[in-house]
Design a protein around this ligand. Structure first.
Ligand SMILES: CC(C)(COP(=O)(O)OP(=O)(O)OC[C@H]1O[C@@H](n2cnc3c(N)ncnc32)[C@H](O)[C@@H]1OP(=O)(O)O)[C@@H](O)C(=O)NCCC(=O)NCCS
Length: 91
């Protein structure tokens, strides 16, 4: 996700994230993971994925792989490796 610099800090990024999460919830998605800025996504309810015992396959710094429940409690008994589509290996 990105907002062009001249339009940043006007709430556009927040609206995009919230709209995306709302859309995911409407589609029945139960949880969402993100690799991103650890100081940005917590405001949308994301926690370090390790809190849910979830990990990704890349050696990323602590806290940048995050998750949030769209259905409260759905990750309560989760544990494991989150597999991304192979295209993400090139990002
Ligand atoms: C991250 C990004 C999408 C935010 O978009 P935006 O429209 O400026 O976001 P908003 O206006 O909704 O929110 C701005 C808030 O986010 C904070 N913020 C922006 N980038 C941040 C970052 N990298 N880490 C922590 N906080 C960040 C700002 O300090 C601001 O905080 P405040 O509300 O307390 O003042 C935008 O800065 C961007 O495009 N960055 C470059 C691309 C990028 O890094 N994308 C994220 C990949 S995970």
């Amino acid at each position: 996700m990105a907002v062009i610099p001249s339009h940043q800090r006007q709430g556009i990024g927040s609206q995009l994230v919230r709209a995306g999460l709302d859309r995911c919830a409407a589609l029945g998605t139960r949880f969402v993971v993100v690799l991103g800025h650890r100081d940005y996504y917590p405001r949308f309810g994301f926690l370090p994925a390790s809190h849910f015992r979830l990990w990704c396959s890349w050696p990323v710094p602590e806290g940048v792989f995050m998750a949030t429940e769209l259905v409260l409690g759905v990750l309560a008994s989760a544990e494991g490796l989150v597999s991304y589509e192979i295209e993400f290996n090139d990002v």
